[in-house]
Design a protein around this ligand. Structure first.
Ligand SMILES: [Mg+2]
Length: 344
């Protein structure tokens, strides 16, 4: 039956607007209140993006454009079956585990060591990918260096190794004031990547994620952060020599920048820019992560960093089911999401 045909003529003209608002409320229901689904959005969102990129890691954009990734595939670069996640997800899961058991930097550090030397939270009992900066930091943790001092602090050590694993921290810091959020982000980044550039990138990323968690429109978040992040960085006397590197995000319109000017190397700034660009230029999870992976080069990390935000924005239920079913340790990831949710 066509409901329009039986609707009385006297229904007030605002009816459609009211119905539309109710629909939006339903769509945003999960976003307005912290719940278990949000933990799944984060963990599955980033791990699926990671797994999509693993087989084509290091392929150039030109090379990948000849055979674009359109689905979860296996083998390729690391010779792993489809659905295998890499260090990005493993280290994010290590952080999520620490949060699930009452977060401390020390427990996070112990989990990192267990991952590196005991295959903890690996997809298949194999650490097949690790960044040099992260390796050095974990060896300092083994020697007893305090976690917040374990990372490299040099300008050359600004790979995307802390950005790729930091998203679960969102659930722990979401209700804390901005100063506390920044301090915790700085400490967790500095376990491997202590330079201001990596810290700012992680801060921007988690503030963006916080907006998504609160159900704010992605373009509104983008515009709000141009003011809020810039003001916060000024308030802590972060120098222009560092903050100006973020101008394409904080002053320009990153979404309007053509693809050939978006880079996708392992440099933290490239990964952050690419992930926001992919999120703003697509309208669903699948397209966002495929766009990220098909940028080439550091495909798993660009996929993971984009995937985490896209998971939060569209919900893990919107991830293609056959991708979820292919993910290594899917049930363990789900269990981790439950335990993380119960702990915060
Ligand atoms: Mg990786």
């Amino acid at each position: 039956m066509n409901r329009d045909k039986i609707r009385p003529e006297w229904i007030p003209s605002g009816y459609k607007e009211i119905a539309k608002t109710e629909q939006m409320d339903n769509a945003n229901r999960d976003k307005k209140k912290f719940n278990l689904n949000i933990c799944k959005d984060i963990l599955f969102g980033l791990a699926i993006g990671d797994a999509l990129g693993v087989p084509v890691e290091f392929k150039s954009r030109e090379e990948i454009s000849r055979h674009p990734v359109t689905d979860m595939i296996g083998y390729g670069m690391h010779n792993k079956p489809a659905g295998t996640f890499s260090d990005d997800s493993s280290l994010a899961f290590c952080l999520a585990e620490a949060i699930a058991s009452g977060f401390t930097l020390e427990s996070t550090g112990r989990n990192f060591i267990n991952w590196r030397y005991d295959n903890y939270w690996t997809a298949d009992n194999d650490v097949f990918d690790i960044g040099m900066t992260t390796q050095r930091a974990i060896d300092r943790l083994v020697k007893g260096t305090p976690p917040q001092h374990a990372g490299d602090f040099e300008e050359e050590s600004n790979g995307n190794g802390s950005l790729m694993r930091i998203l679960p921290l969102l659930v722990y810091i979401r209700d804390k004031p901005v100063d506390k959020r920044y301090q915790l982000i700085k400490q967790v980044s500095s376990m491997t990547h202590g330079h201001a550039r990596s810290v700012i990138a992680c801060f921007y990323y988690l503030e963006f994620a916080l907006g998504l968690l609160n159900g704010v429109d992605k373009f509104d978040i983008y515009h709000n952060l141009q003011k809020d992040i810039a003001e916060y960085l000024r308030s802590i006397n972060m120098g222009r020599d560092e903050t100006s590197l973020f101008d394409r995000l904080l002053i320009d319109r990153i979404d309007m920048i053509p693809e050939n000017q978006i880079r996708s190397s392992g440099y933290v700034l490239h990964t952050l820019e690419a992930s926001i660009w992919c999120l703003l230029n697509t309208d669903n999870y699948k397209d966002a992560v495929l766009k990220a992976v098909n940028l080439g080069q550091d495909t798993d990390t660009t996929g993971a960093v984009t995937g985490g935000l896209a998971g939060l924005l569209y919900g893990y239920e919107s991830i293609p089911e056959h991708w979820l079913n292919q993910l290594a340790r899917k049930d363990d990831v789900e269990d981790l999401a439950v335990r993380m949710f119960r702990a915060v």
